[in-house]
Design a protein around this ligand. Sequence first.
Ligand code: TPP
Length: 672
Amino acid sequence: MDSQPAVENRKRVMMFDRKNYDDETLLSLYKAILLPRMIEEKMLLLLRKGKISKWFSGIGQEAISVGLTMALEKDEYILPMHRNLGVFTVRGLPLDRLFKQLQGKFNGFSKGRERSFHFGTNDYHIVGMISHLGPQLGIADGIGLASLLKKEKKVTAVFSGDGGTSEGDFHEAMNVAAVWNLPVIFVIENNAYGLSTPVNEQYKCEDLADKGIGYGMESLQIDGNNILGVYDTIMTYAESIRNEPRPLLLECKTFRMRGHEEASGTKYVPKELFEEWGKKDPVSNYESYLIEENILDEKKVESIRNEFKNEIDKALDATFEEPEVTAHTEDELNDVYVPYEQKIINPKTDKKTNKRLIDAISDGLRQSMERYDDLVIMGQDIAEYGGVFKITENFYKEFGKERIRNTPICESAIVGAALGLSVKGIKSVVEMQFADFVTSGFNQVVNNLAKIHYRWGQNADVVVRMPCGAGVGAGPFHSQSNEAWFFHTPGLKIFYPSNPYDAKGLISAAVEDPNPVLFFEHKALYRSISEDIPDDYYTVDSSSAGYVSRGDDVTIVTYGMGVHWAKNVLKNNPDISADLIDLRILLPWDKKTVEESVTKTGKVIILHEDTLTGGIGAEIAAHISEHCFKLLDAPVMRSASLDTPVPFAAALEENFFQKDVFERKLKELVNF
Ligand SMILES: Cc1ncc(C[n+]2csc(CCOP(=O)(O)OP(=O)(O)O)c2C)c(N)n1
């Protein structure tokens, strides 16, 4: 550790304006800012003794977390970052539970699964960060949107560091909040460094507050070390925003008085800066001010300190007394998804209409909108334009533009916003214009939607619709089958219907499911297949695969377009007697049905449109080889598209699919 000047300047250099705030308020602010400081001082001691592992210090920045949290109402959401201990202490989280969280104990807030402040708690209206910093901001948009939709007159506040403002997520979240007039306060804690990077290497504009102008939102810069200033600013703006919803960008100038984290040192920070900012210490300046105002005296300071010291020591004792967490595999696996037992809903009448796959999805979505009167659909061009595939055509007339929301081209912020809606108990469907574009929201899907339930028990009640697949001459970026990217991520569900009946029943089932579902829709099937499907609302079993045909010689496991390719090959080869299994649900996939069939046939081939290497077929093949080895009469085979990007020209695209290879391999397998 580098040596740093102590922060114990009793001389006051900061000016305070108490306005009309009474003594009691001023004193409560003092207590609120002192507690996190004392906790941190204790933590730093423990760190040196090796009793705790890592610490991101907020010393010198406490006025921001504390002033803001004190000013907001208790049920207004705050989305803090890694230096915002004050948010947690002001919200009144029991200290022993908070310390247990910081120490990875079971009785913290994440059963030992998360580090330090990477957790949330709806009891205290806090949504914690993930390591990636920026994705927080989009979630705040969703919570703000929920407040608007519920007409709640509430403000949401979200934090970013100066470093975090360089992320695309910052831009997207600000833009969405501005366009939608969301009641969100974006707080930048500008503490001069992002890890070792000084602000002049982070951004080019004069002040970060200036960025607000570009987004068309109000913005201002304040002294982040002045607790009264922060408190008063938030009090004033929060009240105004509650009544006239709109975003605010608030840049709080402050300084990071310690290293990025304790082990990383501060060699790169000029000593003079510590001296300069040490004088502006937010706790000692405010304490001196209150003493001058006769609201505090040395005796009272001592008694408050003693009280806090006892509280902290007691909570730490309880924390260290709790044994280290023990692992129970079943409990770990059980918390990946929010517990949910699907109740399959049958159509009320026998009435049926012939529908194409695209109409079936549209039908299921419309009826889901009727069934869940707060369900929101978000996507690019989905309102008046009806979406590029017209799946939501005219929806806005029936359900309004509040619930059928056109979005800016901000995939990350919108998936984040969907998670924010879920925090507030609102279901949502996000339409990716093309499944390919999910890459721009990838982080939110695999790190936020997928992991949040396991991390701290919050579900992500979100469906992401994924128009996918090739065969439409659309080239490498409008044709991909990218289900395998998500198949590897615990916490997600993947539905992939191959026919109109399943498509309607599964989109409805996806909306019913409180877990995050990626819903794949093959574009080339949208208008090429149709069948009679129920007019009424219904859901399809979302835990099992389906048999398309039954036979004895061989098992074909496939899904999506593969089902149609396989059907065609079997039609042309009536002598092959095959169990054709349509997986329908790729994650978690139905092992039982596949194993049952392989037990009968002893031969299996897995077929998919996605490319071969690392595809879903690889996992299924590995599973069968491991668990059904003794039942097999031939090697497990796979057939998939070429390991290349999807080409544009028709002849190349057709070759990419390698359909003839499937037919050849199938025959080889049957004759093995
Ligand atoms: C996407 C991403 N890139 C890099 C990092 C590594 N990292 C963690 S914190 C940090 C600096 C953040 O700086 P800033 O946003 O200013 O917040 P501060 O730590 O100063 O409070 C970096 C680079 C990360 N967590 N996430």
